[in-house]
Every structure is written in C-alpha cells, then in structure tokens.
Write a protein that binds this ligand. Sequence first.
Ligand code: NIG
Ligand code: FE
Length: 404
Amino acid sequence: MSLTLWHHCTLATLQADAAQPYGLVPDGALVVQGSTLKWVGPLAELPAALRAECSAQHDAGGALITPGLIDCHTHLVYAGDRAAEFEQRLQGVGYEEIARQGGGIASTVRATRAASAEELRSSAARRLRDLLSEGVTTVEIKSGYGLALEHERKCLQVARSLATDHAVSVRATFLGAHALPPEFAGQSDAYLDEVLRMLPRLHAEGLVDAVDAFCERIAFSPAQTARLFEAARALGLPVKLHAEQLSDSGGAQLAAGYGALSCDHLEWLSDEGASAMAQAGSVAVLLPGAFYFLRETKLPPMDLLRHHGVPMAVSTDSNPGTSPCTSLLLMLNMACTLFRLTPEEALAGVTRHAAQALGLKDRGVLAPGLRADFVLWDVQHPAQLAYALGANPLIQTIFEGQVR
Ligand code: NIG
Ligand code: FE
C-alpha cells in the first residue's frame, strides 16, 4: 500500500510518556499508510529508505498537527429546543424544578418522539457539521430522548447513520435510563424493567457500544443504576454514568465497581468516589458547558482528581437542556477558565483521555499503528487552541488517512 509523507509541521503527539509537554515535536513528520500512521517523529530521524518509499508528500506549511479531536459525551440526536426553558431559568426557576413540573428532558422527549428519523437526522447532522468544522473525528452520541423501544431505536439508528455520509467515527451509547417517561410516572422500577427489555434487543440490532444512565435524585437511584449495569455486564457491554452532577449520590463509586469507562459531570464527586475511579481506571469526563449554562457554582474537585491520578476528559455534552453547545474548542477554553485545567490537560481531555473514556485504544494520540486521524491548525503552539474564544484556526482535517 502506498505511503504518504506529511512534513513541515510541529507535532503535538499527546503521547502519555512524551518527554516534552503536549508531546511536542518541532519540525516533525508523519508517514501514513492507508488509514494508519506508520511513522511519527522528527523529520531529521525519518529513515531515508522509508522516505524514499513515500509516493506522495504534503507540505503542511508550518502547521501544528494534533490528533483528531474526540467529543466523548454528546446527546446530539433530539428534536426541538429549550429556549423557553432558558428564559424561565433566567427568571429564577431551577433546572430540577422545571424537570419536576414535566419540562426539561421530558419536553425534549415529546418533541423527539413526534419527529421522524429524517427530521432527527437533519438537525443532528447540522450540529455534527459544527463539531467536524473544528477537527472532531470521533463523536459519541447517546440516546435518551426516546425512552421507549421504537424511539430509542430510531435515535440510535440516526446516530449510526450519521457515520455513513460524514467522515467521522460514531460511538453509540444507550441512555434509556435518562429520565422517567410520562407513561411510567411514579413507577420508576417498572420503567427500569422496560429499559432492561430494550437493552438486549437494541444490542442485538448492533446499535449499542456502551450503556449510560443518569444517576440523580431527579432520575435513577444507585440501586436502579446497579440493576442496569448488571444487565450491561451480562451482555459484555461497557458502562459509563452521569454521576454527581447535582448532588453526591455515590454514583461514581458504584460505576467504578462495574469498571466504568467514565463517570461524567462530577461536580459533587467525593474523595471516595475519586479514589474508586482511580482504582478502576475510569475517566472523569468534565463538562464545562453544562456547568456554565446551568450557572452552577460547585466546581468539580480538580485537585482531588489530580491527587488520585484520575484521567480527565473534556466534552461538549451537546444537548438542548444543559449545554446547547457544538464547539469543542470553546470547551477547551472553558475547561481552563472555569475548571482551571491547564491547556495541556484540556487538550489531552479532547484527545488521549477522550479516547480512553470511549474504550478506544486506536486513537487519541499520534503514534505508529494508530488511526491516521489528525488535524492541521494555523497556530504556533497548542496552548493557543485553548486560549482563543470563538476562533477556529483549523486548516484541514485528515480522517482515516484522507483529507476530509
Ligand atoms: O448531560 N444530566 C443529564 N442529562 C443531560 C441533560 C439533559 C437535558 O436537560 O436535556 C446532561 O446534562
Ligand atoms: Fe450528558
């Protein structure tokens, strides 16, 4: 298979054991074979024989090259919007209060059930294109606004189908346990039974890569979450959890006990939760968009996460209620300004650690043998990606070895 050389660039490999911050390689080079990186390093060290084998060459014009960005937590498929609820909240009505009055997630469920697959597909594709324009090459998409078999199926099928006509890799997560649908009002255990019936069917249809739940006083209890995770385990599916977003319910410890790929939000995470996550190797997915949009004041415990050595990812949480956001670059900035991540932690959070949060070992860093998903940026230094607000210095995205 023919080889392609990319040169005249600075690499930010994001390799975990790199000697330089960001894994920086000045005057670097990449050799791509098909959809895979064959060689990564300083141009001066590229073996002459390998260089001679390269049948095509790209001059990157001095660009910075990072791995393709990974948005590891989104709810991209839904209908309608929640601008009216936004107005209500600005007048002082709380997010939980709106949910208890039958608004919030339930209102998006009504709109999503009423929408056709084609309608859902076209609104999700619009949001996806925003993400892609900023160098996203892998996106996770959750269900959770259908809350009934046919509608959860419709949303997961839409999620899968987005990868057929967009150059992006999609991971689909079943979030049937997101909220209680109206027909099960007051019967959350009965709805959970229904979720447990949906899961094996959707899994058998090839629609589920992971299982998620919203463990919270306005959603599902730790005991109910545990029942779901037992079912996921029986099917060999990895789990993740919306945990400790509005209160500390011990969801992180519970999820860690099931070897969760990630626990997400975590504003109310305890020391025990952080320690359990570290032991299990669960990634902390930080969602500054939701923190900002809900005007939260309780910060995720960054020092605790660092102290226990929990890997941190950063994501948009793109959804209509708490984070109507389709800019992962903006999240890089907000992770730094709001959560005090370093720009290097933030960039690792949308590359290496985001891949880990999805259980993907073949991407997230620039290294031989991994996918040739990478982005050329018109910046001198990777900190500039987190520094700017509303800028998009993207030059070009390469997905599976091909210019996108
Ligand atoms: O990640 N926390 C639960 N789920 C979403 C919000 C869903 C909604 O309000 O529509 C989140 O914040
Ligand atoms: Fe979410």
